[in-house]
Write a protein that binds this ligand. Structure first.
Ligand SMILES: Cc1cc2nc3c(=O)[nH]c(=O)nc-3n(C[C@H](O)[C@H](O)[C@H](O)COP(=O)(O)OP(=O)(O)OC[C@H]3O[C@@H](n4cnc5c(N)ncnc54)[C@H](O)[C@@H]3O)c2cc1C
Length: 438
């Protein structure tokens, strides 16, 4: 399947049947760098430090744009530094949190696909189930708080960081489910769903990438949610206890009815063959260079695009991956809207959206264009690296570096150690304290 601008979003997405979950309903978040820049300009981090742990705190909701490269962390930092030049305290905590994103990208760079498995031994002896409980998948656990979080996840594609922590603790420790099942659910539904921040955070909660399991009690949930669910709650609350009691209860074992694997997980992987793609392409103006825009590089400021204003440009919906792990429809719509915005701002003469296995599609496209060189921007996502390696078999591949948020070449084991080393680079001055909370 091939698409040239103008893009008719709804009809294109209909053709991606099997790649998305549920009804084709648009979500609340508009995609694209134009929207990302507007949101960044409107954001004031003055109250972030005091309020960010509360569900109604002044968080930025920029993560979906950062995840897709519509904004870069370096741009966000530079913007805040110029918007609040005389008052670094207003932006300090925000930049420290943004550094978590950078830290987790470094974790992914270091461990690659290894991040999909436990990085360390868990700091407890409870065995874990390998399947997601059905009531969780259906958002019907009977606990108003957890069902509320799931409903928000499914309908808005966003959860506040504290809600992510509570839900992850519930799934791993209260239901005894492997963190990987929760990470998959998040990847499918969150607008910002990724591998780096998502898998690392789940491992942080589980204690396979931290020194102890994270869990919360009812007082904590009630306080930081403003009593949203707890005030009127009448169910027997599994979170209602002090921490030592919960610690004892949780790490002595648990059981839960397990779901059968979802049809999505069982679905057949479909590969488009090179000939199929070749037949769809039709005549194309020749180009010596092709830029692959991957889904973490969707900005006209992206280095691969900036360096190649004459090149053909292509984005590929990774159909085999999406069939194996479909995304919520709103995620696909967000990406497509981001592409429309991107293409409108690019001077490049040929801009295409393809569907299939990225390496196959790009190889056939390069051939059809007569392009000898494929350009892309560096990213630790394993699919990007693996695609680049495959492309090297038939083309010259140039990987363009992105601006660096923080230089740190050691094994990224703990954020506190990383932050001690990089805080001065990130903030432009040495902070008074290096706090630990996630
Ligand atoms: C179990 C779990 C899974 C998560 N999965 C993802 C994911 O798939 N993708 C994702 O981008 N983030 C993930 N996070 C991290 C964090 O929850 C989100 O980045 C944040 O909530 C996004 O909302 P915001 O943009 O309003 O954040 P803000 O609080 O406004 O923070 C600004 C930016 O800093 C970064 N940031 C803030 N907190 C964190 C953090 N704890 N870890 C990493 N980066 C952070 C994000 O890029 C964020 O956009 C996860 C956290 C947990 C606990």
């Amino acid at each position: 399947m091939i698409l040239r601008p103008p893009i008719h979003r709804a009809s294109f997405l209909q053709r991606l049947q099997g790649c998305f979950l549920g009804e084709p309903k648009h979500g609340p978040l508009p995609g694209g760098r134009t929207e990302a820049l507007r949101r960044l300009r409107d954001y004031d981090p003055s109250h972030y430090g005091q309020s960010r742990n509360f569900l109604d705190g002044s968080v930025s909701r920029l993560s979906a744009y950062l995840r897709h490269g519509m904004l870069s962390p370096v741009e966000v930092r530079e913007f805040l530094q110029s918007a609040f030049p005389k008052d670094p305290a207003r932006r300090e905590e925000f930049l420290r949190q943004l550094a978590w994103r950078d830290f987790f990208e470094k974790v992914l760079s270091w461990y690659g696909r290894g991040l999909e498995n436990d990085l360390e031994e868990p700091k407890h002896r409870v065995t874990r189930y390998h399947r997601m409980p059905l009531d969780v998948l259906q958002g019907e656990t009977g606990l108003p708080c957890i069902d509320g979080m799931l409903s928000e996840l499914f309908s808005t594609g966003y959860l506040h960081n504290h809600a992510r922590l509570w839900f992850a603790a519930y799934l791993c420790h209260f239901r005894g489910v492997r963190w990987q099942e929760g990470a998959q659910l998040f990847r499918q539904h969150l607008y910002d769903g990724d591998i780096a921040s998502n898998s690392s955070s789940w491992q942080w909660v589980e204690s396979t990438f931290s020194s102890k399991p994270y869990f919360a009690n009812k007082d904590n949930i009630a306080k930081f949610s403003g009593g949203r669910w707890c005030n009127a709650c009448r169910v027997k609350c599994p979170f209602e206890a002090d921490y030592p009691t919960l610690q004892h209860r949780l790490f002595a074992g648990s059981s839960a009815p397990m779901a059968k694997p979802t049809p999505a997980a069982e679905s057949k992987r479909v590969e488009l063959s090179a000939t199929d793609t070749g037949q769809c392409l039709g005549p194309l103006p020749p180009a010596s260079d092709l830029v692959w825009v991957h889904d973490a590089a969707m900005s006209w400021e992206d280095p691969a695009l900036k360096a190649n204003p004459e090149a053909a440009v292509a984005f590929v919906f990774d159909e085999p991956a999406l069939r194996a792990e479909p995304w919520a429809y709103h995620r696909l719509a967000f990406v497509l809207e981001g592409l429309e915005d991107l293409f409108e701002h690019l001077p490049n003469p040929t801009k295409l959206v393809l569907v299939g296995a990225p390496a196959d599609q790009l190889a056939v496209l390069a051939n059809a264009l007569g392009a000898s060189t494929v350009h892309l921007s560096e990213h630790p996502n394993p699919t990007v690296l693996e695609t680049a390696i495959q492309l090297q078999k038939g083309s010259k591949v140039i990987v363009h570096s992105r601006p660096v948020f923080a230089e740190y070449s050691q094994e990224p084991k703990r954020f506190s150690r990383y932050w001690e080393r990089v805080a001065q680079q990130v903030l432009g001055y040495r902070p008074k304290s290096a706090r630990r909370m996630h």
